[in-house]
Design a protein around this ligand. Structure first.
Ligand SMILES: *[C@@H]1O[C@H](CO)[C@@H](O)[C@H](O)[C@H]1NC(C)=O
Ligand SMILES: *[C@@H]1O[C@H](CO)[C@@H](O)[C@H](O)[C@H]1NC(C)=O
Ligand SMILES: *[C@@H]1O[C@H](CO)[C@@H](O)[C@H](O)[C@H]1NC(C)=O
Ligand SMILES: *[C@@H]1O[C@H](CO)[C@@H](O)[C@H](O)[C@H]1NC(C)=O
Ligand SMILES: *[C@@H]1O[C@H](CO)[C@@H](O)[C@H](O)[C@H]1NC(C)=O
Length: 639
């Protein structure tokens, strides 16, 4: 950044808070002033967020698709939120309390709720309970203690904890002993015989996600889990951590020898690769995984979305198929094992509860990694996209636009407490991803702790340490610029109908949507886009000003034109969300008309139109229109 013109100090540093008190949405790189009020202009009634009334440093969120409610576990209590359609949201709390254990400090003595799960008619609740992990059941508003339950909740809320329920079976990565057994394991803690992973098969794992996959034959059902671990390759060039997928047979009964008896006998792991070979960019750190089942119920076609980051905290999304993962485990040789494989081969599930022969166990246990790596789908085996944002969590919604085309829409949380909506379109051969919107879900901007998607009701539920918010997926009223702006947004949930940009779900009849991703606006009834309304301001000579134009489209170049001269031009990817024209010292010839124009291919739209009029009065310094909402950081970023 160059020297700061003295005018920069005129930006109202003390009031960038137009954001506070609003739930809003803005197109990515859009302006702060685009924030919507709580009750949105479309007439959606009701408040879409509720705050806890105090800080909840650790939250866990439980939502059942199809319901309008969300349960959130906090400190010593469970919150119940309801977001009825068209009404204000409401909150109730249920106290869980905690027993006084052998805790050391105040934080330690709390009962952090870390697990919420449906159990029959009630809710199964587990928490740290002052370092005595315990569970409760909540049925009909009554809390009943289930006593100390090791493995269901960790001793402290920061511990890596993953618990997977499947009918009567429960799997967990939580250690059962407080001081012994520090090596993390993946266990079956309820259901069939209790099993755990050998201590040598993973190095310092950080578990991300686990899932059960029902395959063609019940005896072949698998548990897959995703994790990061220290890279066994200590070459200084090699990354410190690697990302993995592991498999286990759900029907694993443990082995026959004393070494294999309570261990998983079907463990194998593979490396998950997410790198762009053409640019040599590697993304090694898995952050989150989302599984999108195939609509026709073919388990092999389940899409596995992985969010990865690199050491600079840039991100990439890679998409894998469960079929590819399964094939790698079924067919690959084992890394570092050069003899012929025993029969049955390591990792194979056996029917009729047959035990795995000790020889097979020994080979797998000493060579747990398969040689072949799991690569992304598509002929190029590259990421779907990469980005300079540091994404943390992902959910994916499969939806059909009004003309029947299917889109996968990704919702990614950023480390700034916002959500990016990314539309994946195009053929499997060459997928394209457009980042079309940034959503600010909270009243108080804060980091997103949890996110849950309800594909049926088309809502996202997100929690921060302060509040819980419901966000509709079909936010269409944010797109300005008439029919052209609506279609150029390329938002598959939105279309043009009766003079408004509307949700395809809210309209009775068909809405206008484009099937031409290059020039969607060509389908609008009006051949020319609407012109921006003229805004006038009177300004004194020899003063400093700036004109700010929100860059609502990710794809357009914005320029400020004064009469016939382009005075400022901002390309897509511009570092500030606004295209700003500075006027250092207003001279007589600088009065007149200023147009901000957005150009994308053959499409040109006027976004702003200002007339600067001479004023010899006392208005020496003046900040114009929407620019008021610019936070200081945006201002400095633009210099
Ligand atoms: C919702 O809450 C707002 C502000 O608290 C209030 O003005 C409004 O009347 C409420 N609406 C309903 C439907 O209760
Ligand atoms: C919960 O309460 C309802 C109505 O009060 C009752 O019909 C139901 O049997 C109760 N369920 C349990 C599990 O107690
Ligand atoms: C990555 O590797 C470093 C160095 O071995 C280790 O300290 C860190 O915990 C690892 N992070 C993971 C597994 O996410
Ligand atoms: C990346 O993000 C993590 C936390 O999310 C932070 O601790 C770390 O310092 C960041 N690294 C860089 C290079 O910015
Ligand atoms: C603007 O220009 C005028 C005349 O050219 C000059 O007198 C004045 O000092 C300038 N103002 C600033 C702030 O540079």
């Amino acid at each position: 950044a160059g020297p700061c013109p003295s005018g920069a100090t005129r930006v109202p540093l003390s009031q960038p808070l137009e954001l506070v008190g609003r739930v809003g949405v803005l197109p990515v790189q859009g302006p702060a002033s685009m924030f919507l009020p709580i009750a949105s202009p479309s007439g959606r009634a009701g408040q879409d967020w509720v705050d806890f009334g105090l800080a909840e440093p650790h939250t866990v969120l439980f939502h059942e698709p199809g319901s309008s409610s969300v349960w959130v576990g906090g400190r010593g209590k469970v919150y119940f939120f309801d977001f009825p359609e068209g009404k204000n949201a409401s909150m109730r709390t249920v106290n869980i309390g905690s027993t006084k254990g052998s805790c050391l400090d105040k934080r330690d003595c709390e009962n952090y709720i870390t697990l919420l799960e449906r159990k029959g008619e009630g809710l199964h609740i587990c928490g740290t309970n002052a370092r005595r992990p315990s569970c409760w059941s909540l049925v009909n508003g009554t809390v009943e203690s289930l006593g100390e339950k090791r493995g269901y909740a960790p001793f402290s809320p920061d511990e890596n904890s993953l618990v997977l329920f499947d009918g009567d079976e429960v799997y967990s990565t939580i250690r059962k002993q407080e001081f012994n057994g520090k090596i993390p394991r993946f266990r079956r803690i309820q259901g069939e015989i209790e099993l755990y992973t050998s201590d040598t098969v993973m190095q310092n794992p950080q578990f991300i996600k686990a899932t059960i996959v029902h395959q063609d034959q019940a005896y072949d059902d698998k548990i897959y889990y995703f994790f990061r671990e220290d890279n066994p390759d200590k070459n200084p060039e090699a990354p410190l951590n690697v990302s993995r997928v592991a498999q286990l047979c759900r029907g694993d009964q443990g082995g026959e020898s004393s070494l294999s008896v309570s261990k998983w006998n079907t463990f194998l792991k593979a490396m998950l690769v997410c790198s762009d070979v053409t640019t040599n960019k590697n993304f090694n750190r898995l952050q989150d995984v989302f599984l999108l089942p195939d609509p026709n119920g073919q388990w092999r076609d389940t899409r596995v979305y992985g969010v990865f980051s690199n050491p600079w905290n840039y991100s990439a999304v890679c998409v894998y198929s469960l079929g590819d993962i399964d094939k790698v485990f079924r067919t690959s040789s084992l890394k570092g094992y050069h003899s012929s494989l025993p029969n049955p081969r390591p990792g194979k599930c056996l029917p009729d509860r047959q035990p795995i022969p000790t020889e097979t166990f020994q080979v797998a246990d000493s060579h747990p990694e398969v040689a072949q790596r799991v690569e992304p789908m598509g002929p190029l085996k590259t990421p779907l996209f990469h980005s300079k944002y540091h994404y943390q969590k992902v959910v994916v919604h499969r939806m059909q636009a009004s003309h029947g085309e299917t889109f996968h829409v990704l919702y990614l949380t950023t480390d700034r407490g916002t959500i990016h909506k990314v539309v994946e379109s195009g053929e499997r051969e060459r997928s394209l991803a457009f980042n079309i919107m940034e959503i600010q879900p909270f009243h108080h901007p804060a980091a997103i702790q949890a996110m849950s998607l309800d594909a049926e009701r088309r809502k996202l539920y997100v929690s921060s340490q302060w509040e819980v918010s419901q966000v509709p997926l079909d936010l269409c009223e944010v797109y300005g610029g008439g029919c052209h702006g609506c279609l150029m947004a390329r938002d598959p949930y939105c279309g043009w109908d009766q003079g408004r940009c509307v949700s395809i779900y809210s309209s009775q009849g068909p809405v206008l949507q484009s099937i031409n991703p290059a020039e969607p606006h060509k389908e609008c009834p009006n051949p020319k886009p609407d012109r921006a309304p003229l805004q006038k301001v009177s300004l004194a000579r020899n003063s400093r000003y700036y004109l700010s134009c929100p860059m609502e489209s990710r794809h357009a170049t914005y320029s400020w034109r004064h009469e016939e001269n382009v005075e400022q031009s901002c390309e897509p990817g511009h570092q500030s969300p606004n295209c700003i024209l500075f006027i250092e010292n207003l001279t007589a010839r600088q009065y007149g008309h200023y147009h901000c124009e957005a150009q994308e291919g053959s499409y040109l739209r006027e976004a702003q139109h200002w007339e600067l009029l001479p004023d010899d009065g006392a208005m020496a310094e003046h900040l114009l229109g929407r620019a008021r909402a610019l936070a200081a950081s945006l201002w400095l970023g633009a210099l």
